[in-house]
Design a protein around this ligand. Structure first.
Ligand code: FAD
Length: 433
Protein backbone atom coordinates (compact mmCIF):
# COMPACT_ATOMS: atom_id res chain seq x y z
CA UNK A 1 0.00 0.00 0.00
CA UNK A 2 1.68 3.20 -1.17
CA UNK A 3 1.12 6.88 -0.42
CA UNK A 4 2.60 9.81 -2.32
CA UNK A 5 3.61 12.74 -0.12
CA UNK A 6 3.39 15.77 -2.38
CA UNK A 7 5.80 18.44 -1.13
CA UNK A 8 5.12 22.03 -2.17
CA UNK A 9 6.25 24.78 0.21
CA UNK A 10 6.77 22.53 3.20
CA UNK A 11 10.31 21.43 2.37
CA UNK A 12 11.30 19.80 5.65
CA UNK A 13 11.07 16.50 7.50
CA UNK A 14 10.62 17.85 11.02
CA UNK A 15 7.13 18.88 12.11
CA UNK A 16 5.62 17.78 8.82
CA UNK A 17 2.18 16.33 9.65
CA UNK A 18 1.53 14.91 6.17
CA UNK A 19 4.88 13.09 6.04
CA UNK A 20 4.52 11.83 9.61
CA UNK A 21 1.01 10.51 8.92
CA UNK A 22 2.15 8.80 5.71
CA UNK A 23 5.04 7.08 7.50
CA UNK A 24 2.80 6.04 10.39
CA UNK A 25 0.43 4.15 8.08
CA UNK A 26 2.74 1.21 7.81
CA UNK A 27 2.81 1.10 4.01
CA UNK A 28 5.23 2.63 1.54
CA UNK A 29 5.86 6.33 1.07
CA UNK A 30 6.95 8.11 -2.12
CA UNK A 31 7.97 11.75 -1.53
CA UNK A 32 7.45 13.90 -4.61
CA UNK A 33 8.19 17.48 -5.63
CA UNK A 34 7.05 18.83 -8.99
CA UNK A 35 8.78 21.75 -10.70
CA UNK A 36 5.65 23.24 -12.17
CA UNK A 37 6.00 26.02 -14.77
CA UNK A 38 2.82 27.54 -13.33
CA UNK A 39 4.80 28.29 -10.17
CA UNK A 40 7.76 30.23 -11.54
CA UNK A 41 10.59 30.27 -9.05
CA UNK A 42 12.13 33.48 -10.42
CA UNK A 43 14.74 34.84 -8.06
CA UNK A 44 13.86 32.06 -5.64
CA UNK A 45 15.17 29.27 -7.86
CA UNK A 46 18.62 29.03 -6.29
CA UNK A 47 17.17 28.97 -2.81
CA UNK A 48 14.61 26.36 -3.87
CA UNK A 49 17.37 24.21 -5.32
CA UNK A 50 19.17 24.22 -1.96
CA UNK A 51 15.92 23.29 -0.24
CA UNK A 52 15.28 20.36 -2.56
CA UNK A 53 18.82 19.06 -2.28
CA UNK A 54 18.65 19.19 1.51
CA UNK A 55 15.23 17.60 1.63
CA UNK A 56 16.44 14.78 -0.59
CA UNK A 57 19.46 14.25 1.67
CA UNK A 58 17.24 14.17 4.77
CA UNK A 59 14.88 11.67 3.17
CA UNK A 60 17.77 9.49 1.97
CA UNK A 61 19.16 9.48 5.51
CA UNK A 62 15.82 7.91 6.49
CA UNK A 63 15.86 5.22 3.81
CA UNK A 64 13.62 7.35 1.61
CA UNK A 65 14.23 9.63 -1.34
CA UNK A 66 12.78 12.67 -3.07
CA UNK A 67 11.48 12.29 -6.59
CA UNK A 68 11.57 15.51 -8.55
CA UNK A 69 9.46 15.75 -11.66
CA UNK A 70 8.84 18.59 -14.03
CA UNK A 71 5.45 19.53 -15.47
CA UNK A 72 1.89 20.04 -14.31
CA UNK A 73 1.73 19.06 -10.64
CA UNK A 74 -1.53 17.13 -10.87
CA UNK A 75 -0.60 15.31 -14.08
CA UNK A 76 2.84 14.36 -12.73
CA UNK A 77 1.39 13.21 -9.43
CA UNK A 78 -1.11 11.00 -11.21
CA UNK A 79 1.56 9.66 -13.55
CA UNK A 80 3.72 8.71 -10.58
CA UNK A 81 0.72 7.23 -8.77
CA UNK A 82 0.16 4.91 -11.72
CA UNK A 83 3.85 3.95 -11.80
CA UNK A 84 4.08 3.09 -8.11
CA UNK A 85 0.49 1.96 -7.58
CA UNK A 86 -0.28 4.66 -5.01
CA UNK A 87 -3.79 4.83 -3.61
CA UNK A 88 -3.51 8.15 -1.81
CA UNK A 89 -1.80 11.53 -1.94
CA UNK A 90 -0.93 13.38 1.28
CA UNK A 91 -0.14 17.08 1.16
CA UNK A 92 -0.10 20.22 3.30
CA UNK A 93 -3.28 22.28 2.89
CA UNK A 94 -2.54 25.62 1.24
CA UNK A 95 -4.43 28.85 0.74
CA UNK A 96 -3.57 30.57 -2.56
CA UNK A 97 -5.86 30.44 -5.58
CA UNK A 98 -3.29 28.38 -7.49
CA UNK A 99 -2.81 25.91 -4.64
CA UNK A 100 -6.54 25.56 -4.04
CA UNK A 101 -7.08 24.89 -7.74
CA UNK A 102 -4.45 22.15 -7.57
CA UNK A 103 -6.11 20.63 -4.50
CA UNK A 104 -9.52 20.68 -6.21
CA UNK A 105 -8.13 19.03 -9.34
CA UNK A 106 -6.37 16.34 -7.30
CA UNK A 107 -9.56 15.72 -5.33
CA UNK A 108 -11.34 15.10 -8.65
CA UNK A 109 -8.81 12.43 -9.72
CA UNK A 110 -9.20 8.75 -9.04
CA UNK A 111 -6.99 8.80 -5.99
CA UNK A 112 -7.57 9.64 -2.33
CA UNK A 113 -6.39 13.10 -1.26
CA UNK A 114 -5.71 13.93 2.39
CA UNK A 115 -4.72 17.42 3.42
CA UNK A 116 -2.81 18.20 6.60
CA UNK A 117 -1.90 21.33 8.57
CA UNK A 118 1.67 22.64 8.69
CA UNK A 119 1.92 25.78 6.58
CA UNK A 120 0.69 28.03 9.38
CA UNK A 121 0.76 27.84 13.16
CA UNK A 122 -3.01 27.76 13.54
CA UNK A 123 -4.73 26.27 10.48
CA UNK A 124 -6.99 28.75 8.65
CA UNK A 125 -10.67 28.23 9.55
CA UNK A 126 -9.71 26.61 12.84
CA UNK A 127 -10.43 30.03 14.30
CA UNK A 128 -13.64 31.74 13.24
CA UNK A 129 -15.03 35.05 14.49
CA UNK A 130 -17.73 34.61 17.10
CA UNK A 131 -19.98 37.08 15.25
CA UNK A 132 -20.02 34.85 12.15
CA UNK A 133 -18.14 34.96 8.83
CA UNK A 134 -15.58 32.65 7.26
CA UNK A 135 -12.49 34.55 8.42
CA UNK A 136 -11.24 37.30 10.70
CA UNK A 137 -11.17 40.64 8.94
CA UNK A 138 -9.39 42.58 11.66
CA UNK A 139 -6.05 41.66 13.20
CA UNK A 140 -6.50 42.48 16.89
CA UNK A 141 -9.46 40.17 17.61
CA UNK A 142 -7.72 37.49 15.54
CA UNK A 143 -4.56 37.94 17.57
CA UNK A 144 -6.49 37.59 20.85
CA UNK A 145 -8.19 34.38 19.74
CA UNK A 146 -4.96 33.07 18.19
CA UNK A 147 -2.89 33.69 21.32
CA UNK A 148 -5.41 31.80 23.48
CA UNK A 149 -5.84 28.91 21.04
CA UNK A 150 -4.22 25.58 21.99
CA UNK A 151 -1.52 24.48 19.54
CA UNK A 152 -0.76 20.99 18.35
CA UNK A 153 2.60 19.57 19.49
CA UNK A 154 5.68 19.94 17.26
CA UNK A 155 6.29 16.59 15.53
CA UNK A 156 9.72 14.97 15.38
CA UNK A 157 11.06 13.93 11.98
CA UNK A 158 10.01 10.38 11.10
CA UNK A 159 12.85 7.95 11.67
CA UNK A 160 12.11 5.96 8.49
CA UNK A 161 10.49 6.91 5.21
CA UNK A 162 9.89 3.48 3.67
CA UNK A 163 10.17 3.64 -0.13
CA UNK A 164 8.48 0.88 -2.15
CA UNK A 165 10.95 -1.98 -2.84
CA UNK A 166 11.50 -1.29 -6.53
CA UNK A 167 12.52 2.27 -5.79
CA UNK A 168 15.00 1.63 -3.06
CA UNK A 169 18.09 1.08 -5.15
CA UNK A 170 18.77 2.74 -8.44
CA UNK A 171 15.21 3.98 -8.80
CA UNK A 172 13.92 1.70 -11.51
CA UNK A 173 10.87 2.63 -13.60
CA UNK A 174 12.78 5.57 -15.08
CA UNK A 175 12.17 7.63 -11.98
CA UNK A 176 15.77 8.70 -11.76
CA UNK A 177 15.12 10.87 -14.79
CA UNK A 178 13.18 13.41 -12.80
CA UNK A 179 15.73 13.38 -10.04
CA UNK A 180 18.77 13.88 -12.16
CA UNK A 181 17.20 16.59 -14.24
CA UNK A 182 15.34 18.41 -11.55
CA UNK A 183 18.09 19.55 -9.28
CA UNK A 184 20.65 21.26 -11.44
CA UNK A 185 20.71 24.86 -10.24
CA UNK A 186 21.27 26.39 -13.65
CA UNK A 187 18.52 24.24 -15.04
CA UNK A 188 15.76 25.97 -13.19
CA UNK A 189 13.88 28.73 -15.00
CA UNK A 190 14.96 32.24 -14.07
CA UNK A 191 17.76 31.07 -11.85
CA UNK A 192 19.75 33.86 -10.25
CA UNK A 193 22.22 32.60 -7.68
CA UNK A 194 22.03 34.33 -4.37
CA UNK A 195 25.37 34.63 -2.65
CA UNK A 196 24.36 35.28 0.93
CA UNK A 197 21.62 32.89 1.79
CA UNK A 198 21.45 29.13 1.67
CA UNK A 199 18.11 27.38 1.55
CA UNK A 200 17.19 24.15 3.29
CA UNK A 201 16.14 22.78 6.64
CA UNK A 202 19.58 22.59 8.32
CA UNK A 203 20.30 26.22 7.40
CA UNK A 204 16.85 27.23 8.67
CA UNK A 205 17.37 25.45 11.95
CA UNK A 206 20.84 27.01 12.37
CA UNK A 207 19.35 30.45 11.71
CA UNK A 208 16.54 29.86 14.23
CA UNK A 209 19.00 28.69 16.87
CA UNK A 210 21.29 31.68 16.37
CA UNK A 211 18.28 33.98 16.48
CA UNK A 212 16.97 32.42 19.67
CA UNK A 213 20.34 32.86 21.35
CA UNK A 214 21.37 36.25 20.04
CA UNK A 215 18.47 38.05 18.43
CA UNK A 216 15.28 37.47 20.34
CA UNK A 217 16.06 39.63 23.36
CA UNK A 218 16.84 42.70 21.31
CA UNK A 219 13.86 42.32 18.99
CA UNK A 220 11.24 44.30 20.90
CA UNK A 221 13.38 47.44 20.92
CA UNK A 222 15.45 46.85 17.81
CA UNK A 223 13.18 45.44 15.13
CA UNK A 224 12.60 48.82 13.48
CA UNK A 225 16.26 49.84 13.48
CA UNK A 226 17.09 49.72 9.79
CA UNK A 227 20.88 49.69 10.05
CA UNK A 228 20.85 47.38 13.07
CA UNK A 229 19.24 44.65 10.98
CA UNK A 230 17.92 42.95 14.09
CA UNK A 231 14.99 40.94 12.76
CA UNK A 232 15.17 37.16 12.45
CA UNK A 233 15.56 36.94 8.64
CA UNK A 234 13.64 33.70 8.85
CA UNK A 235 11.11 34.72 6.20
CA UNK A 236 12.63 32.87 3.20
CA UNK A 237 12.76 29.70 5.30
CA UNK A 238 9.17 30.13 6.36
CA UNK A 239 8.20 30.83 2.75
CA UNK A 240 9.52 27.44 1.63
CA UNK A 241 8.62 25.65 4.82
CA UNK A 242 12.24 24.72 5.62
CA UNK A 243 11.17 25.66 9.08
CA UNK A 244 7.82 24.92 10.64
CA UNK A 245 6.22 28.19 11.76
CA UNK A 246 4.94 26.35 14.80
CA UNK A 247 8.48 25.45 15.76
CA UNK A 248 9.58 29.07 15.20
CA UNK A 249 6.78 30.29 17.47
CA UNK A 250 7.98 27.97 20.24
CA UNK A 251 11.16 29.96 20.82
CA UNK A 252 9.32 32.71 22.71
CA UNK A 253 6.24 33.21 24.89
CA UNK A 254 3.08 33.94 22.97
CA UNK A 255 2.99 37.61 23.94
CA UNK A 256 6.52 38.24 22.58
CA UNK A 257 6.50 40.69 19.63
CA UNK A 258 8.27 38.13 17.44
CA UNK A 259 5.43 35.65 17.94
CA UNK A 260 2.95 38.43 17.22
CA UNK A 261 4.66 38.95 13.84
CA UNK A 262 4.26 35.25 13.12
CA UNK A 263 0.60 35.73 13.91
CA UNK A 264 0.40 38.36 11.16
CA UNK A 265 1.55 35.67 8.77
CA UNK A 266 -1.22 33.34 9.95
CA UNK A 267 -3.68 36.22 9.76
CA UNK A 268 -2.95 36.97 6.09
CA UNK A 269 -3.10 33.26 5.27
CA UNK A 270 -6.60 32.92 6.68
CA UNK A 271 -7.61 36.09 4.80
CA UNK A 272 -6.20 34.65 1.57
CA UNK A 273 -8.10 31.40 1.95
CA UNK A 274 -11.31 33.43 2.12
CA UNK A 275 -10.23 36.04 -0.45
CA UNK A 276 -7.95 34.29 -2.95
CA UNK A 277 -7.68 37.40 -5.17
CA UNK A 278 -5.59 39.13 -2.48
CA UNK A 279 -2.79 39.94 -4.95
CA UNK A 280 -5.12 41.13 -7.68
CA UNK A 281 -8.22 42.86 -6.31
CA UNK A 282 -8.86 45.38 -3.54
CA UNK A 283 -10.02 43.55 -0.45
CA UNK A 284 -11.93 46.64 0.57
CA UNK A 285 -12.41 48.59 -2.64
CA UNK A 286 -11.39 52.20 -2.41
CA UNK A 287 -12.07 54.40 -5.40
CA UNK A 288 -8.77 55.82 -6.46
CA UNK A 289 -7.19 56.95 -9.71
CA UNK A 290 -3.75 55.54 -10.17
CA UNK A 291 -1.07 57.32 -12.13
CA UNK A 292 0.46 55.60 -15.09
CA UNK A 293 4.06 56.74 -14.80
CA UNK A 294 6.49 54.28 -16.35
CA UNK A 295 9.51 56.50 -15.68
CA UNK A 296 8.75 56.89 -12.00
CA UNK A 297 8.15 53.15 -11.68
CA UNK A 298 11.51 52.36 -13.31
CA UNK A 299 13.27 54.82 -11.02
CA UNK A 300 11.58 53.24 -8.02
CA UNK A 301 12.54 49.73 -9.13
CA UNK A 302 16.14 50.75 -9.77
CA UNK A 303 16.55 52.56 -6.44
CA UNK A 304 17.00 55.87 -8.27
CA UNK A 305 14.14 57.99 -6.97
CA UNK A 306 16.55 60.48 -5.41
CA UNK A 307 14.99 59.85 -1.98
CA UNK A 308 17.88 58.08 -0.23
CA UNK A 309 15.89 56.04 2.28
CA UNK A 310 13.61 54.74 -0.49
CA UNK A 311 16.55 53.97 -2.76
CA UNK A 312 18.39 52.16 0.04
CA UNK A 313 15.42 49.81 0.50
CA UNK A 314 14.97 49.16 -3.20
CA UNK A 315 18.66 48.47 -3.63
CA UNK A 316 18.66 46.08 -0.70
CA UNK A 317 15.88 44.22 -2.49
CA UNK A 318 17.88 44.10 -5.73
CA UNK A 319 21.08 43.01 -4.00
CA UNK A 320 19.76 40.54 -1.46
CA UNK A 321 16.28 39.45 -2.50
CA UNK A 322 15.15 40.63 0.90
CA UNK A 323 14.27 43.95 2.49
CA UNK A 324 13.87 45.08 6.08
CA UNK A 325 10.19 45.33 7.07
CA UNK A 326 10.42 49.03 7.93
CA UNK A 327 12.00 49.71 4.54
CA UNK A 328 9.25 47.69 2.81
CA UNK A 329 6.71 49.97 4.44
CA UNK A 330 8.59 53.12 3.44
CA UNK A 331 9.15 52.13 -0.21
CA UNK A 332 5.64 50.73 -0.65
CA UNK A 333 4.07 53.82 0.83
CA UNK A 334 6.26 56.00 -1.37
CA UNK A 335 5.11 54.21 -4.54
CA UNK A 336 1.45 54.19 -3.65
CA UNK A 337 0.94 57.42 -1.75
CA UNK A 338 3.63 59.74 -3.09
CA UNK A 339 3.93 58.54 -6.69
CA UNK A 340 0.25 57.53 -6.89
CA UNK A 341 1.07 54.21 -8.60
CA UNK A 342 -1.23 51.18 -8.28
CA UNK A 343 -0.17 48.92 -5.40
CA UNK A 344 -0.36 45.91 -7.75
CA UNK A 345 2.64 47.23 -9.70
CA UNK A 346 4.70 47.27 -6.52
CA UNK A 347 3.39 43.93 -5.29
CA UNK A 348 4.33 42.24 -8.59
CA UNK A 349 7.86 43.64 -8.42
CA UNK A 350 8.26 42.52 -4.81
CA UNK A 351 6.90 39.11 -5.66
CA UNK A 352 9.45 38.71 -8.46
CA UNK A 353 12.46 39.67 -6.36
CA UNK A 354 11.77 38.62 -2.78
CA UNK A 355 13.11 35.29 -1.61
CA UNK A 356 10.18 35.31 0.81
CA UNK A 357 7.75 36.46 -1.91
CA UNK A 358 4.45 34.97 -0.88
CA UNK A 359 0.92 35.55 -2.14
CA UNK A 360 -0.70 36.00 1.27
CA UNK A 361 1.95 38.11 3.02
CA UNK A 362 2.79 40.21 0.00
CA UNK A 363 -0.80 40.87 -1.03
CA UNK A 364 -1.95 41.47 2.53
CA UNK A 365 0.81 43.93 3.32
CA UNK A 366 0.55 45.89 0.07
CA UNK A 367 -3.19 46.25 0.55
CA UNK A 368 -2.61 47.41 4.09
CA UNK A 369 -0.26 50.12 2.81
CA UNK A 370 -2.69 51.07 0.02
CA UNK A 371 -5.54 51.35 2.50
CA UNK A 372 -7.56 48.72 0.67
CA UNK A 373 -6.78 45.95 3.12
CA UNK A 374 -8.22 44.63 6.31
CA UNK A 375 -7.19 47.47 8.54
CA UNK A 376 -7.87 50.57 6.48
CA UNK A 377 -5.50 53.43 7.21
CA UNK A 378 -7.56 56.22 5.77
CA UNK A 379 -5.39 58.96 4.38
CA UNK A 380 -2.34 57.76 6.29
CA UNK A 381 0.85 58.63 4.45
CA UNK A 382 4.40 58.06 5.67
CA UNK A 383 6.90 60.86 5.35
CA UNK A 384 10.11 59.16 4.17
CA UNK A 385 12.33 61.84 5.69
CA UNK A 386 10.74 61.54 9.08
CA UNK A 387 10.94 57.75 8.79
CA UNK A 388 14.64 58.02 7.94
CA UNK A 389 15.35 60.34 10.85
CA UNK A 390 13.56 58.02 13.22
CA UNK A 391 14.59 54.57 12.02
CA UNK A 392 17.96 55.31 10.43
CA UNK A 393 19.20 58.13 12.66
CA UNK A 394 22.86 57.95 11.68
CA UNK A 395 22.07 57.00 8.06
CA UNK A 396 23.86 53.67 8.43
CA UNK A 397 21.28 51.96 6.22
CA UNK A 398 21.55 54.64 3.53
CA UNK A 399 25.35 54.53 3.64
CA UNK A 400 25.31 50.74 3.28
CA UNK A 401 23.07 50.52 0.22
CA UNK A 402 23.59 53.85 -1.56
CA UNK A 403 27.37 54.13 -1.98
CA UNK A 404 27.08 57.45 -3.82
CA UNK A 405 26.11 58.96 -0.47
CA UNK A 406 28.51 57.08 1.76
CA UNK A 407 30.82 60.05 2.25
CA UNK A 408 28.09 62.36 3.54
CA UNK A 409 27.26 63.09 7.18
CA UNK A 410 23.91 61.57 8.28
CA UNK A 411 21.69 64.62 7.71
CA UNK A 412 23.15 65.24 4.24
CA UNK A 413 22.85 61.58 3.29
CA UNK A 414 19.13 61.77 4.10
CA UNK A 415 18.57 64.94 2.07
CA UNK A 416 21.44 65.38 -0.39
CA UNK A 417 19.48 68.07 -2.27
CA UNK A 418 20.13 70.40 0.66
CA UNK A 419 23.80 70.50 -0.28
CA UNK A 420 23.02 70.93 -3.96
CA UNK A 421 22.95 67.22 -4.77
CA UNK A 422 25.66 64.64 -5.38
CA UNK A 423 27.17 63.79 -8.72
CA UNK A 424 25.83 60.53 -10.08
CA UNK A 425 22.85 60.49 -7.74
CA UNK A 426 19.48 61.73 -9.08
CA UNK A 427 17.49 64.73 -7.87
CA UNK A 428 14.36 63.69 -5.92
CA UNK A 429 11.36 62.57 -7.99
CA UNK A 430 9.00 64.37 -5.63
CA UNK A 431 9.45 67.30 -3.29
CA UNK A 432 9.39 66.35 0.39
CA UNK A 433 9.02 68.47 3.51
P1 FAD B 1 10.78 39.17 11.61
O1 FAD B 1 10.52 40.58 12.03
O2 FAD B 1 11.87 38.44 12.27
O3 FAD B 1 9.39 38.40 11.78
C1 FAD B 1 9.32 36.98 11.89
C2 FAD B 1 8.36 36.43 10.87
O4 FAD B 1 7.05 36.95 11.09
C3 FAD B 1 8.69 36.77 9.44
O5 FAD B 1 9.68 35.91 8.92
C4 FAD B 1 7.35 36.61 8.76
O6 FAD B 1 7.08 35.25 8.48
C5 FAD B 1 6.37 37.07 9.83
N1 FAD B 1 6.05 38.49 9.61
C6 FAD B 1 6.70 39.57 10.08
N2 FAD B 1 6.09 40.70 9.70
C7 FAD B 1 5.03 40.33 8.95
C8 FAD B 1 4.00 41.05 8.28
N3 FAD B 1 3.94 42.39 8.28
N4 FAD B 1 3.08 40.33 7.59
C9 FAD B 1 3.12 38.99 7.56
N5 FAD B 1 4.06 38.27 8.19
C10 FAD B 1 5.00 38.93 8.88
N6 FAD B 1 6.64 38.90 4.23
C11 FAD B 1 6.80 37.75 3.58
O7 FAD B 1 7.12 36.74 4.21
N7 FAD B 1 6.58 37.66 2.24
C12 FAD B 1 6.24 38.75 1.49
O8 FAD B 1 6.05 38.62 0.26
C13 FAD B 1 6.10 40.00 2.16
N8 FAD B 1 5.78 41.12 1.46
C14 FAD B 1 5.66 42.31 2.13
C15 FAD B 1 5.31 43.47 1.42
C16 FAD B 1 5.19 44.70 2.07
C17 FAD B 1 4.80 45.94 1.29
C18 FAD B 1 5.42 44.77 3.45
C19 FAD B 1 5.28 46.08 4.19
C20 FAD B 1 5.73 43.64 4.18
C21 FAD B 1 5.86 42.39 3.53
N9 FAD B 1 6.19 41.22 4.25
C22 FAD B 1 6.31 40.04 3.57
C23 FAD B 1 6.23 41.22 5.72
C24 FAD B 1 7.59 41.50 6.39
O9 FAD B 1 8.19 42.64 5.82
C25 FAD B 1 8.54 40.32 6.27
O10 FAD B 1 7.89 39.14 6.69
C26 FAD B 1 9.76 40.53 7.15
O11 FAD B 1 10.43 41.70 6.80
C27 FAD B 1 10.68 39.34 7.04
O12 FAD B 1 11.86 39.53 7.76
P2 FAD B 1 12.15 38.69 9.08
O13 FAD B 1 11.97 37.25 8.80
O14 FAD B 1 13.47 39.14 9.58
O15 FAD B 1 10.97 39.21 10.01
Amino acid sequence: DTVIVLFTRDLRVRDHPALTAACARGGHVVPLFVLDPKVPAGRRAGFLTDCLADLRASLRARAGDLLVRRGDTVAETMRLAAEVGASEVYASADVSALARGRERRLAGERIGLRLFPGLTIVPPRELLPSGGGDHYRVFTPYWRAWAAHPRRPVLPAPSRVPLPPGLEHGLEHGLEHGLEHGLEPGDLPGHAPHPALRGGEPAARARLELWRREGLDGYADGHDDLAGDRTSRLSPYLRFGCLSPLEAACVAPVEHPFVRQLCWRDFFHQVTLAFPAICRRDYRPRPRRWRDDAEAVSAWKAGMTGIPIVDAGMRQLLAEGWMHNRARMIVADYLVNHLGVDWRVGAAHFFDLLLDGDVADNGGNWQWIAGTGNSPRPGRVLNPLRQARRFDPVSGYIHRYVPELSGLVPAEAREPWRIGGVRGYPAPLTALE
